[in-house]
Design a protein around this ligand. Structure first.
Ligand SMILES: NCc1[nH]cc(CCC(=O)O)c1CC(=O)O
Length: 336
């Protein structure tokens, strides 16, 4: 067999060059300016990226360029903000203007119904953190223990719909602002409890306030939950290569399936959609997704294994299954 494919016995020169230490060292820029939102959570995310970048490329210097996004400034209803990408627009603009070289985004905040801004690409998806939502209650009660009428602070239509379905005795109260601000509002008594992403609380060092971590069966997470993406300018091949070493392949597969689901569904800001892809221990990918009406009374559900499908095709397949159940009518029937 070896004789028939003698060419394969000799390492391909091109491949050797691509992994060669010398070439790699040449490609890594000496300074990487990292742009991100300026919330405490976003800045904690940047610190993780800096640590991973400098561990992978000793000698590289990093600088942080914090920007405030529309989503941080406007604390009203997000659907009233023109267009999607309220948490990403200004970050993308800084990248494209050359004010920074690398953007760090929560994938959850990056619109999936359209391509990335022209001229930019994802260079890596970091290993996924906890995907689950968490309940924060000052006395440590769990969701099932909350007394009727408890005011739960969240502006997420996905959380509101699922909570309405499983815990109709609770009252969701709109609450925006970054996680630290929401915790402050809870402390001031504006609400009795909060629903927040467990990963976000961990990043700001406040997992101590979590009274219950909700399983995906109780509260299916949003597309991209717990994933950080690195985005670069398209032509920046040296930097793209340098950033790609931070890519986590299974997270990449999960994220690709989830984002394709959202792309095909073409939701809007008020459409409650949840989707979670998982690579299991045997390496197989599955995707589970739901589309809800805002009151949670209608819940379309699809769950498929990839089998031989690539991640993007799995995302399409699950979206099509939901569309066959009437997802288009549900989504379009919600005022936006
Ligand atoms: N919309 C804000 C936002 N974007 C990402 C996270 C959580 C962290 C993540 O899932 O990556 C949060 C906060 C929250 O939902 O509580």
């Amino acid at each position: 067999m070896g004789e028939l494919t003698s060419g394969a016995a000799t390492p391909c020169p091109r491949r050797r060059e691509a992994t060669g230490v010398y070439r790699d060292a040449m490609a890594v820029p000496e300074l990487i300016r990292i742009v991100s939102r300026d919330s405490p959570m976003a800045l904690a995310q940047v610190e993780r990226v800096r640590a991973e970048l400098t561990a992978a490329h000793p000698g590289v210097r990093t600088e942080v360029v914090p920007v405030r996004t529309t989503g941080d400034k406007w604390l009203g209803d997000l659907s009233q903000v023109e267009g999607k990408g309220a948490f990403t627009k200004e970050v993308d603009a800084a990248l494209l203007a050359g004010e920074a070289d690398l953007a760090v985004h929560c994938v959850k905040d990056v619109p999936a119904d359209r391509p990335l801004p022209a001229g930019t690409v994802f260079a890596a998806f970091l290993e996924r953190d906890d995907v689950r939502d968490a309940l924060v209650h000052p006395e440590g009660l769990t969701l099932d223990e909350l007394p009727p009428g408890t005011r739960v602070g969240t502006s997420s239509v996905r959380r509101v719909a699922q909570l309405a379905a499983t815990h109709p005795q609770l009252r969701c109260v709109p609450l925006r602002g970054n996680a630290n601000r929401r915790l402050a509002k809870l402390a001031e008594g504006e609400v009795d409890a909060l629903l927040l992403a467990a990963a976000g609380l961990e990043r700001i060092g406040r997992s101590d306030v979590i009274s219950e971590v909700l399983s995906p069966e109780v509260m299916l997470p949003p597309v991209g939950a717990g994933v950080l993406a690195l985005q670069c300018r398209e032509g920046d091949t040296g930097l793209i290569e340098a950033a790609a070493v931070l890519n986590h392949p299974d997270t990449h597969r999960e994220t690709t399936a989830e984002r394709m689901l959202l792309h095909v569904l073409q939701g809007h800001c008020n459409s409650p959609i949840a989707g979670l892809a998982r690579v299991d221990r045997s390496g197989e990918l599955s995707l589970r997704a739901c589309v809800f009406t805002p009151d949670g009374k209608t819940r379309l559900n699809a769950h498929e294994w990839a089998g031989r499908l690539d991640p993007a095709t799995l995302g399409t397949s699950v979206a099509v299954a939901l569309l066959r159940q009437g997802a288009r009518e549900v989504i379009d029937g919600i005022p936006h």
